[in-house]
Design a protein around this ligand. Structure first.
Ligand code: ZN
Ligand code: ZN
Length: 344
């Protein structure tokens, strides 16, 4: 029997995508840390636009700040923002908490470094040729980030107007945003369960996570508040920066908009799931017909047992509560779980 999520390991709540006054957010880094800590979070990544910046002075025994930033490539010739044009946004998470390297500097993307007059203090790495929205350039951009100590995550595919063919052509992305709450709030469409299934069905091994992407233009109690709507539960061996990054890189995490998993175990061809009260529990396997259990209207369920189809190519477990909020594990592929035991 193996655990995909162990009941004995502590889960830490994380927001892996947020913006502060260092770019276009409305709260200072200190305010963001305090508001997330008081809401029960243990981990926060402030990922300001094209502004690599460490905030380790805010880490304490119960709270870890992840260093990183959000980089992007636009289709417009002058890199201007156009709501009708595609673009790609990536979050870079630093393995070394003090890494503040800016990848592939382009002046038209660095407005906040220029605004605050800190460009000449910023370490620049990689090609500084004009950014071009094409697969070759984007893969070079990702590769440069990885070579300089960053994990690269893929942000808000719906908002970016990219499709699965675009995403499948990128190499070196470790995880995709299953839900980006800022974009979900405005569109209702930035829950990416169907897209993630297509990625897994193609055989691409990519994890999933969820985040607020909060800018906090509205107060917390406002209906347009973009905080506390989507998060990642990270399951590190120890509560240290290094251990949290390692857990992310190994996929020891799951995405959620509310519900939580307590246990997922696999024993032979059986899977057992325990979770908070939800309306349905679904196990996707790469087939047309997932395993599922649904509660009657007004009722709830908190566990399920299924027989795994012998032809299943992966396992991915999703739960949804009565408010429509999802939680999702990553895809678990059989060779990784069982070696040769189950033939596909
Ligand atoms: Zn973005
Ligand atoms: Zn963002």
């Amino acid at each position: 029997m193996i655990y995909l999520i162990s009941p004995d390991k502590k889960q830490y709540k994380a927001n892996l995508h947020s913006h502060s006054t260092m770019s276009d957010g409305y709260r200072t880094p200190n305010e963001l840390k305090e508001m997330y800590k008081s809401e029960g979070y243990s981990i926060l990544a402030i990922t300001d636009h094209e502004r690599p910046m460490q905030h380790q002075y805010l880490s304490d025994d119960d709270f870890i700040m992840i260093t990183g930033y959000e980089g992007y490539v636009r289709t417009t010739a002058d890199a201007s923002y156009d709501v009708y044009s595609k673009e790609i946004h990536l979050n870079f998470f630093a393995r070394d908490p003090m890494n503040e390297k800016l990848i592939c500097f382009n002046p038209s993307y660095s407005r906040y470094l220029i605004r605050d007059n800190v460009l000449d203090k910023t370490e620049r790495v990689g090609s500084e040729k004009r950014r071009e929205y094409c697969r070759e350039y984007i893969n070079e951009y990702i590769r440069t980030a990885r070579e300089n100590g960053y994990l690269v995550a893929y942000n808000h595919p719906y908002w970016s107007m990219e499709d699965e063919a675009d995403i499948l052509s990128y190499e070196g992305i470790f995880s995709v945003e299953m839900c980006n709450y800022g974009s979900y709030l405005s569109s209702g469409l930035e829950y990416n369960g169907a897209l993630y299934d297509k990625i897994l069905r193609s055989g691409k091994k990519m994890f999933c996570h969820a985040a607020d992407d909060n800018h906090n233009a509205y107060p917390i109690d406002h209906v347009r508040s973009d905080s506390f709507g989507a998060f990642t539960m990270i399951i590190p061996e120890k509560f240290t920066y290094e251990s949290v990054i390692n857990a992310m890189e190994k996929g020891e995490m799951y995405s959620s908009m509310g519900p939580v998993f307590y246990e997922i175990s696999v024993d032979g061809d059986r899977i057992h799931i325990e979770c908070s009260d939800v309306s349905c529990i679904i196990v996707y396997t790469g087939s047309k017909v997932p395993c599922f259990l649904r509660a009657k209207e007004g009722d709830h369920i908190c566990s399920a047992d299924f027989k795994i189809d012998e032809k299943a190519s992966y396992l991915r477990i999703s739960i949804q509560d009565e408010r429509g909020r999802w939680a999702d594990t990553r895809g678990f592929f059989f060779e990784e779980m069982f070696g040769e035991q189950i033939e596909n």
